[in-house]
Write a protein that binds this ligand. Structure first.
Ligand SMILES: O=C(O)c1ccccc1NCC(=O)[C@H](O)[C@H](O)COP(=O)(O)O
Length: 202
């Protein structure tokens, strides 16, 4: 079970997520209460060991601007939320970061991992970082195969049930490990990572 902790903003958040065993740490680089400047993200990412994936998260900005932010932050992966067409992923292919396509399940969602050239697919609620859940029963036969992450309103007290229902390759959390909006709770980060891991072993 791959676990990503998103919306990390401080050295303490990073140290806790790494120590808790997170596989990936996300820095929001565009408009959000969780936004960090690319230079701050670069400093925070420098404290992350190489086996943990650093991810720059963007929403609704041109692909070229997303690339500029990811390069300035020095992250290993770029997570794109919004209506990015396949051509945007083609434009970004070959740059020195991996690509994560974040989308919501809908009638026209292509849920094949890699359909746009991405390495990881993230299925999220309609409003990214809102802490809102979505109806996992919608997955049905559309459940992706391979490297996909489930996101959207996950918390320590619901992640086990969500993992059992959706059987994702990994999970992603932000709001569910916060004490107040935008402020990570280190105890919740530890609890979330441990709970997600043990749920996957059941
Ligand atoms: O966190 C934000 O504010 C944000 C803003 C713009 C694009 C993405 C953003 N967050 C992405 C995430 O935190 C997660 O990948 C995902 O949406 C899960 O969030 P949550 O439901 O809060 O756990």
């Amino acid at each position: 079970m791959f676990v990503k902790v998103c919306g990390v903003r401080t050295e303490g958040d990073v140290a806790t997520a790494v120590d808790a065993g997170a596989d990936a740490i996300g820095f929001v680089l565009t408009d959000s209460v969780r936004r960090v400047e690319p230079g701050e993200a670069r400093l925070l990412a420098a404290a992350v060991p190489p086996e943990v994936l650093t991810v720059g998260v963007v929403s609704g900005i041109p692909a070229a601007e997303a690339a500029r932010l990811a390069l300035a932050a020095g992250v290993a992966a770029l997570q794109l939320h919004g209506d990015y067409p396949r051509s945007a992923f083609e434009e970004l292919a070959g740059l020195p970061f991996r690509l994560i396509r974040a989308t919501t399940l809908g009638a026209d969602t292509d849920v094949r991992v890699g359909a746009y050239g991405e390495e990881l697919l993230l299925l999220d609620s309609p409003v990214a970082g809102s802490g809102e859940r979505w109806d996992l029963s919608l997955l049905g036969a559309a459940r992706p195969q391979g490297r996909w992450l489930l996101a959207g309103g996950l918390r320590p007290d619901n992640v086990a049930e969500a993992v059992t229902a959706a059987r994702p390759w990994g999970v992603d959390v932000s709001s569910g490990v916060e004490s107040t909006r935008g402020v990570k709770d280190h105890g919740l980060i530890r609890l979330f990572v441990a709970t997600a891991r043990s749920a996957a072993e059941q």
